[in-house]
Design a protein around this ligand. Structure first.
Ligand code: C2E
Ligand code: MG
Ligand code: MG
Ligand code: MG
Length: 282
């Protein structure tokens, strides 16, 4: 109410903003050496066929072990790496590491790798993918790239051309975080994605929020009629899994089935029975 408290609040806000800006600048600087210092590693989360319970793939998720701050979440540093352009080098490391890991795991049908829009749009991205496939010897059909809706906001013609060429090579393409972004259904008709990943914000509402259930139901129905695969992300409860099964969702990922794990833990938990691991994706 008083001018004084208003000014106080402003100063507080300013101080908070300065602190956050400084923190961001430090992270940005630290990111520059993280790759050469070997501070990144990948965790792998199982992707499960909802009917059979079989492993159908793994998603590679980057982890940053910061020397003083401990583990920094990708949600915190990926946006910074995107803005500074460092994502291209980091993303290439992720792709190379995940592809090499997949070659070491012949029982794993599919390796999914997240590709950020800046990385995807860099000149020569297709060549980078081809070089890594050749270098690691991974069969292209075992690689899936996860892209987000924001990729389709600009440069659509070039983007569609690159997507089409990747698919032509046999690499599959998944639309990640479906429903959280731009969400034009038009692009699903224009570009044949292999899979849609329903964002976990919708999965979370299953069983409590009728609107979330309606959206999940509609997305699954639409995917089936377009012959696109579906993966529901962030499945945490048996009740959610049951509802997803009832609406015909074929594939799931989430803490209920398994958290992202270091490579040794992943192979120990999921790849011991290579027959199950080798089941084809539904
Ligand atoms: P995303 O690709 O949608 O990955 C799913 C995120 O949900 C992961 O978080 C995963 O650990 C988390 N998750 C999986 N199951 C559950 C669950 O049951 N409950 C909850 N609450 N969370 C679950 P993470 O690893 O922190 O990654 C966050 C985001 O950072 C990813 O979202 C992706 O957009 C980005 N990211 C991660 N690794 C990479 C990478 O190598 N490259 C790029 N460009 N982005 C990456
Ligand atoms: Mg993903
Ligand atoms: Mg996602
Ligand atoms: Mg995401």
């Amino acid at each position: 109410q008083s001018k004084e408290s208003g000014r106080g609040a402003f100063h507080f806000f300013e101080a908070d903003m300065n602190r956050r800006l400084r923190q961001r600048k430090t992270l940005e600087a630290d990111l520059r050496t993280a790759l050469s210092e070997g501070q990144f590693h990948l965790a792998y989360q199982p992707q499960i066929d909802l009917c059979s319970g079989a492993l159908v793939g793994a998603e590679a998720l980057i982890r940053w072990q910061h020397p003083t701050r401990g583990e920094v979440r990708p949600d915190e540093f990926i946006p910074i790496a995107e803005q500074t352009g460092q994502i291209c080098q980091i993303g290439e490391w992720v792709l190379r590491t995940a592809c090499a890991q997949a070659v070491a795991w012949p029982g794993l049908a599919r390796m999914s790798v997240n590709v950020s829009p800046t990385q995807f749009r860099q000149a020569g991205f297709l060549e980078v993918v081809e070089a890594i496939l050749a270098e690691t010897g991974l069969a292209p059909r075992r690689l899936e790239l996860e892209v987000t809706e924001s990729l389709l906001l600009v440069d659509t013609e070039v983007t569609f051309a690159t997507l089409t060429r990747l698919r032509g090579r046999g690499v599959s393409i998944a639309m990640d975080d479906f429903g959280t972004g731009y969400s034009s259904l038009g692009y699903l008709r224009r570009f044949p994605f292999d899979r849609i990943k329903i964002d976990r914000s919708f999965v979370r509402g299953l069983g409590s929020d009728p609107e979330a259930a309606a959206i999940v139901n509609a997305v699954i129905g639409m995917s089936h009629s377009l012959r696109i695969g579906v993966n529901a992300e962030g499945v945490e409860t048996a009740a959610q899994a049951k509802l997803l099964r009832a609406v015909g969702c074929e594939e799931v990922q989430g803490y209920l089935y398994g958290r992202p794990l270091a490579p040794e833990a992943f192979s120990k938990a999921y790849l011991a029975d290579t027959d199950a691991a080798a089941l084809p994706a539904a």
